[in-house]
Design a protein around this ligand. Structure first.
Ligand code: DX5
Ligand code: ZN
Length: 218
């Protein structure tokens, strides 16, 4: 079942609980939480304290995307805060297998993310140690950027590799996903669709999410 994961990066940070309740009522499947440290990416967002507070406001799964250096240092805090999926960037993790194993030990699903220019080959040795592969279709750091369509063949390739070698791994696509391109992202093989600006920048969250789901069913 394909899922829509609104990214709260584009929500009103002063009203996060209300914004989450609004997308939940609008049909969101997961809540995507972008954590940025000002080092790996040129932006700073939220930490485990905010995640723990938001955890009390919804039952939707929290899909926590760590765009931070030394993710190993923080995975315990994000797991205790109530993250359901914790995703680290392959570009930041020196001991990827150890990090993924630790995430699973802490009771969360383990995800790995690849920047647009990072080749898939880097995650092949850990395919059985991960639950989710997050493919970036923008350079991470900001919401509302333009989808890099040159990444579509990588998504297709990832789907083929995963179906063959590790069919349990979900493929998530993040960055510039809109109503106009969601179908082509699905055709390439994505299971989870992150959408920040496309949802939170729209007038009517429910109408937008319904339209995205309808496009996925065509
Ligand atoms: C980018 C973040 C994305 C971002 C997506 O660094 O990882 O999750 O919020 O936002 P849109 O959908 O607006 O590109
Ligand atoms: Zn993200």
């Amino acid at each position: 079942m394909k899922k829509i994961a609104p990214s709260i990066l584009s929500a009103d940070f002063g009203r996060l609980a209300e914004e989450i309740a609004a997308v939940e009522a609008a049909g969101a499947d997961w809540i995507h939480i972008d954590v940025m440290d000002g080092h790996f990416v040129p932006n700073i967002t939220i930490g485990p304290g905010v995640v723990a507070s938001l955890r009390k406001t919804t039952k939707l799964p929290f899909d926590v995307h760590l765009m931070i250096e030394n993710p190993e240092q923080y995975i315990e805090a994000f797991a205790s805060a109530g993250s359901d999926v914790i995703t680290v960037h392959v570009e930041t993790s020196r001991h990827l297998h150890r990090t993924l194993t630790r995430i699973r030990e802490l009771g969360a699903k383990a995800g790995v993310s690849l920047n647009p220019a990072t080749p898939l080959g880097q995650i092949e040795p850990v395919l059985n140690d991960l639950d989710l592969l997050l493919i970036m279709t923008v350079n991470p750091g900001f919401g509302g950027q333009k989808f890099i369509s040159g990444v579509l063949p990588k998504i297709k390739n990832a789907k083929e590799i995963v179906s063959y070698l590790a069919p349990h791994v979900l493929i998530e696509v993040d960055g510039g996903v809109t109503l106009d391109n969601i179908r082509s992202v699905a055709d390439a093989g994505a299971d989870i669709f992150v959408a920040g600006a496309a949802v939170f920048g729209s007038e009517n969250y429910a109408r937008t999410i319904e339209a995205m789901k309808a496009a996925l069913q065509q």
